[in-house]
Design a protein around this ligand. Structure first.
Ligand code: G6P
Length: 631
């Protein structure tokens, strides 16, 4: 998730811009750069790696001036390199951008045919060329040239633009990516997030989607993209700097849980061809020939990513009818697995660096298997070693316990299954359109589930005394049960087990008594009736049921009501130490393939609130690391 800082005022801007970028470091980045009006025109300095490298580059080539834009880049299109770092220049303009331009390939082809020369692999450079083209075509006002360029662009963006013939102006615009204006005295700033502004002002204006602003020392003129004037009141921010980094949430994990709808939208962006009911191949590299040649899909992953891979296996088997298997990286690594050159090995990894997954990929590669990485960090070790990559665009994840990367992986793997199904002819265009429609609607439904956070917090409070918890699910509900148990144990240190609901009778049922909260993932799907019977079995043993079910499911509601432990059982324990078993968390009705994206959210929130109420270090739980690059 890139960071933008822009400044126009009376002070030397380079130190202000770099310091602002430092306040956005939590967003993650792999390169950085700035563009300043120096009196000799707009000059840029960029550097790969940490901001200290940018500092060093600026010592060699100081940029002195009072108008400038700057950027930290979290790579999405084009590997991290100086050429791909922002700002991008075309003609007189320099542009920084956060987001993804969906129609960048078509625009690039068109601009190249007209003679534009590109010097990066980024989607952003297209914006610079479009503005340049508009200026050459007679749009002499920078704001008009930017307006004309943005009319051609689809996707998500926050941009800041300077032009060498407008030394006291910055134009900013946004659609779906964040941008906030800072109102200073005789100076104006803009940034991706509030922490970059706090040293200069606490008076801000949040730009809305489809709006742009012309920034000058004296103030901001805000308009819609069509030129209509916008009046927006100034807001005063009273957050501390740390609160601001977390967007006002108490922990990064909670912020990231709430960012999930956006993470899914960004992961789907530009990849769905709804007319054909297909997935745009892009960097995935699964041609129809490769898809038809595959005799097995072999998922490798660790931790939370392995749970996403398990859901991926169900989808690939259902939709593409290819035998599939999932193994955790460390087991592949220390066995002698048999890979063949007709295997598709899918390595799922948030960081793209996990040592065990990487080692498994190496072993598979040696046998000629086709390797596809599903990773969140562009150009990390696993995608570098793979034949293709399907990146999740969740942005950097800071909480050690993975949340938004998990649901982004689910979305990516469902797209992969659709892609394979379409290319092998096992999935019709209509069947695919049904799933893709539902997938595009999922972020909206995820927001509905997130709105139940307070209800889930109340349930967490009731079960705080639990020492053990059981999570059950069937079909794709099974990996979700495993993930719910993992989240809980990782951050609250409560012992938790995830089980396939059908396995309950083979062991875990022995654990169930009135002290045991049992979370059952039981949405209305093909397995509903079977999982419902499991809930009845839990109820019969007085376990504390917490059901994640489809809204309006009267059977579940009735079961939960009837399932109150008998008065005798409660009074024999002092009456109040264990809560009555009437916990129901409803998710919206959805197509079966989308259910895991919805059912996991209550489990993430339950784990979060139980941990927070216990007072553990939620973002950095003991003994755990975010990226595990050792065996
Ligand atoms: C660590 C993290 C987990 C993550 C796992 C796999 O254990 O704490 O959140 O799921 O590594 O990481 P990867 O980056 O490969 O997804």
């Amino acid at each position: 998730m890139c960071g933008i800082v822009a400044y126009v005022g009376a002070k030397d801007c380079a130190p202000i811009l770099v310091e602002g970028l430092r306040r956005l470091e939590y967003r993650g980045y792999d390169s950085a750069g700035l563009a300043v009006h120096t009196g000799r025109g707009v000059e840029i300095v960029r550097a790969v790696g940490k901001l200290s490298n940018l500092d060093a580059a600026l010592r060699k080539q100081p940029l002195v001036g009072t108008t400038g834009i700057s950027h930290t880049r979290w790579a999405t299109h084009g590997r991290p390199s100086e050429a791909n770092a922002h700002p991008h220049v075309a003609g007189k303009v320099a542009v920084v951008h956060n987001g993804i331009i969906e129609n960048h390939l078509a625009l690039r082809r068109e601009l190249e045919a007209k003679g534009a020369k590109f010097s990066s692999d980024t989607d952003t450079e297209i914006v610079a060329h479009l503005i340049d083209e508009a200026q050459r075509g007679g749009k002499t006002q920078l704001v008009e040239a930017v307006r004309a360029a943005l009319a051609r662009v689809h996707g998500a963006y926050a941009i800041a633009v300077v032009s060498s013939d407008a030394p006291d102006e910055i134009v900013v615009a946004k659609d779906q990516s964040p941008l906030v204006l800072g109102i200073g005295e005789g100076e104006m700033l803009a940034a991706s997030d509030i922490p970059a502004l706090l040293a200069h002002t606490r008076d801000v204006i949040f730009l809305q989607d489809g709006e742009m602003a012309l920034l000058k020392r004296s103030g901001a003129e805000i308009t819609k993209l069509d030129g209509t004037k916008v009046e927006r009141p100034v807001k005063r921010i009273d957050w501390s700097a740390t609160q601001a980094e977390k967007g006002g949430y108490k922990h990064f994990m909670l912020k990231e849980i709430h960012e999930q709808p956006r993470a899914i939208e960004d992961t789907l962006r530009g990849r769905i061809d709804q007319t054909e009911g297909d997935i745009v191949d892009g960097e995935i590299g699964i041609t129809p020939e490769i898809a038809k040649r595959i005799t097995r899909v072999y998922f490798v992953a660790c931790g939370t990513s392995a749970h996403a891979a398990m859901a991926g296996r169900y989808w690939v088997e259902q939709l593409a009818r290819i035998p599939s298997t999932v193994e955790i990286g460390s087991e592949v690594r220390y066995r002698e697995p048999v890979f063949t050159n007709t295997d598709l090995v899918v390595a799922v990894s948030q960081s793209g660096e996990t040592a065990d997954t990487l080692a498994a990929v190496k072993a598979a590669k040696a046998s000629g298997a086709h390797i596809l990485a599903v990773a969140n960090v562009l150009d990390s070790a696993i995608p570098r070693m793979s034949d293709g990559a399907l990146y999740t665009h969740a942005g950097p994840e800071i909480g050690v316990a993975s949340t938004k990367c998990f649901t982004a992986q689910l979305a990516a793997l469902l797209m992969l299954a659709v892609c394979l199904g379409r290319r092998r002819g096992t999935l019709s265009a209509d069947g695919s359109r049904r799933i893709l429609d539902a997938l595009q609607h999922a972020p909206h439904q995820m927001r509905e589930v997130l709105a139940k956070a307070d209800e889930i917090k109340a349930i967490a409070k009731k079960h705080l005394k639990a020492r053990d918890m059981l999570f059950l699910g069937r079909g794709t509900g099974y990996p979700i049960a495993l993930e719910g148990a993992l989240k809980l144990k990782e951050i609250s240190y409560i012992h938790a087990e995830g089980y396939a609901a059908g396995e309950m009778k083979h062991g875990p049922i022995a654990l169930i008594d009135e002290e045991m909260p049992v979370v059952v993932v039981c949405p209305r799907d093909a397995h509903y009736e079977k999982t419902f019977s499991n809930m009845q079995e839990v109820k019969a043993r007085e376990g504390q049921l917490i059901a994640v079910a489809t809204e309006g499911d009267l059977d579940v509601a009735q079961l939960l009501l009837d399932g109150q432990p008998p008065q005798s059982a409660r009074s024999s324990r002092g009456g109040s130490s264990f809560p009555p078993a009437i916990d129901l968390i409803e998710i919206p009705k959805a197509e079966p393939e989308i259910l895991p994206l919805l059912t996991v959210i209550p489990l993430q929130l339950l784990a979060y609130y139980m941990a927070d109420l216990k007072g553990t270090d939620v973002d950095q739980p003991r003994n755990l690391a975010k990226t595990v690059t050792v065996e």
